[in-house]
Design a binder for this molecule. Structure first.
Ligand code: ADP
Ligand code: MG
Length: 255
């Protein structure tokens, strides 16, 4: 089966007046369709840089990125990008915030609006279609941001620390919600996080990066018993602390 995402030997440097900063070096991994990967690594190791390369905002200096076997620039697949801040516009209500992408692409019609309304209802935002972002809790705003991203029907979803601005309790439940939404829609996703628990409770595989320049330290496959699949169930499963210790040790030891 052709991988959804195939990254081979990717390196990237930033060029500034002070010189060159190697941010990522020789990154290679693949992602199967429907797979959920988490990327963890110390602050500044190149996690956000990796996502900008994967969505084509920046081009690698070396290496190649294929989506469905095609170079990124030739791929018809849509990539969705969700950031730490929800970037909802206060002057638009929730429905017109989540429909913004479709509006820009001239794809807004009765059918697509009804689909968005159904998504709002099934993701716990029924009755808030005409509310302003400031009337919503942090968790509801983040779900609205997810709907705005999913509205464009991306095949590959890139999430850059999307829960880190939320308080701990909200983060747990939004992380639970969002990962089950992604599971049921069968999206291939990459979640960047500095929170090891978040990575272990959501991902099929964890990509551990070294400090800058980010290199692949280890790729760990995560498997939980059938009755421990949701993030909250995983957190209460005995395997959880075993994985936590493994990832923690990998992050602490550097050759
Ligand atoms: P992370 O998301 O893992 O915290 P980033 O991908 O944002 O890390 O950044 C990786 C490294 O690249 C950082 O250590 C930073 O020094 C450097 N960097 C990031 N953005 C820029 C930029 N626009 N110009 C120069 N250097 C940058
Ligand atoms: Mg970052």
């Amino acid at each position: 089966m052709t991988p959804k995402l195939d990254v081979t030997g990717v390196s990237y440097s930033y060029h500034t007046l002070d010189g060159e900063t190697l941010a990522l070096s020789n990154i290679s991994f693949t992602l199967a369709p429907g797979e959920f990967a988490a990327v963890v690594g110390p602050s500044g190791c190149g996690k956000s840089t990796l996502l900008s390369l994967l969505c084509g905002l920046t081009q690698p200096d070396e290496g190649q990125i294929l989506i469905d076997g095609l170079p990124l620039s030739h791929s018809p697949s849509a990539t969705g990008y969700m950031l730490q801040k929800d970037h909802l516009f206060e002057w638009r209500d929730i429905l017109s915030n989540v429909s913004l992408g479709l509006e820009i692409q001239h794809r807004l019609n009765t059918k697509s609006i009804n689909r968005l309304k159904e998504m709002l209802a099934s993701y716990g935002l029924k009755g808030f279609e005409h509310a302003r972002p400031s009337e919503l809790s942090g968790g509801m705003r983040q779900r609205a941001a997810l709907i705005r991203t999913l509205a464009l029907e991306p095949d590959l979803l890139l999430l850059d620390e999307p829960f880190s601005a939320l308080d701990y309790q909200t983060r747990l439940s939004v992380c639970d919600d969002i990962s089950s939404i992604l599971r049921t829609t069968g999206k291939t996703a990459i979640l960047v996080t500095h929170d090891l628990s978040e990575a272990i409770s959501t991902a099929d595989r964890i990509i551990i990066l070294t400090p800058r320049p980010g290199r692949i330290k280890k790729i760990l496959t995560i498997t939980f018993p059938q009755d421990c699949q949701s993030p909250l169930e995983r957190r209460n499963c005995p395997e959880f602390s075993r994985y936590f210790n493994t990832v923690w040790k990998e992050l602490k030891t550097h050759e």
